[in-house]
Design a protein around this ligand. Structure first.
Ligand SMILES: [Ca+2]
Length: 249
């Protein structure tokens, strides 16, 4: 596949995409992958929702990922009774007006403090800071709604910017696997890919039948695509060491 378009969501117009779903999305180990470019930064009290998956019964979010001020990533999962495990990565500032590629992994069997790991442009940013710890060992399933760029519980918390290639894997991808996805559009036949949207001028799922519907007329852009290059290179230092030359990244 060639990447031809990205999804454009205007927060002021409440543009987003949705699907009313039955019991799907992984309930255990998983990886959520997406590319995004912020058109503005969230202010105090604002959240820019990337992915929201609400369960109708009890009104809980099985999954929720958003950007909150100053511009850090927040991810939470819940079990059916509402018990929540939420984490934020305050050490990550998502830049304004630059494409970034993100992935959050979840090892459901790990202690809450280490079960999630964030990757930005293929580089681990650690396990984050735990906000709520409720030992979620199985993520809630059941009828509900999945949204890109919208939070069905807090309708004003939409996304402002561009999204591309939103993928759910029902496995924990490794850092090398995530890094390998940085600069190439993922093949719909990739192993353990559960569902995903390539957003190439439509909202159709490229794997199964999880097709989205646009709300308030979101648009597509064919000119401002992720450039698929490493945009945040780390400094490399070379230092002499006993017995030879060592280097660190
Ligand atoms: Ca695309």
């Amino acid at each position: 596949m060639a990447n031809t378009h990205v999804l454009v969501l205007d927060r002021a117009s409440d543009q987003h995409a949705e699907i009313a779903s039955t019991s799907w999305l992984p309930s255990g180990d998983h990886t959520i992958f997406w590319r995004m470019k912020l058109a503005s930064l969230p202010g105090v009290g604002e959240e820019y929702t990337i992915i929201s998956r609400k369960i109708a019964a009890g009104g809980v979010h099985a999954y929720l990922i958003h950007v909150a001020p100053p511009s850090y990533i927040h991810a939470s999962i819940r079990r059916a009774d509402g018990g929540e495990s939420s984490v934020h990565w305050g050490n990550v500032e998502i830049p304004l007006g630059l494409w970034v590629t993100c992935a959050v992994t979840c090892d459901i069997s790990e202690a809450t403090a280490t079960e999630r790991e964030l990757f930005v442009d293929g580089v681990s940013r650690g396990n984050g800071t735990v906000d709520t710890s409720s030992n979620v060992t199985a993520i809630a399933t059941g009828a509900g709604e999945l949204n890109l760029g919208y939070n069905t519980k807090i309708a004003s918390q939409g996304f402002d910017g561009k999204l591309d290639e939103v993928l759910f894997f029902n496995t924990i991808l490794s850092q090398p696997q995530i890094a390998a996805m940085q600069n190439v559009e993922t093949d719909p036949g990739a192993a353990d890919l559960y569902c995903g949207w390539w957003l190439n001028n439509d909202l159709l799922d490229g794997v199964a039948s999880f097709d989205l519907t646009g709300v308030n007329s979101p648009t597509f852009d064919a000119t401002d695509l992720p450039d698929f290059v490493v945009k945040h290179p780390r400094a490399i230092s070379v230092t002499p060491s006993a017995g030879g030359i060592g280097f660190g990244i």
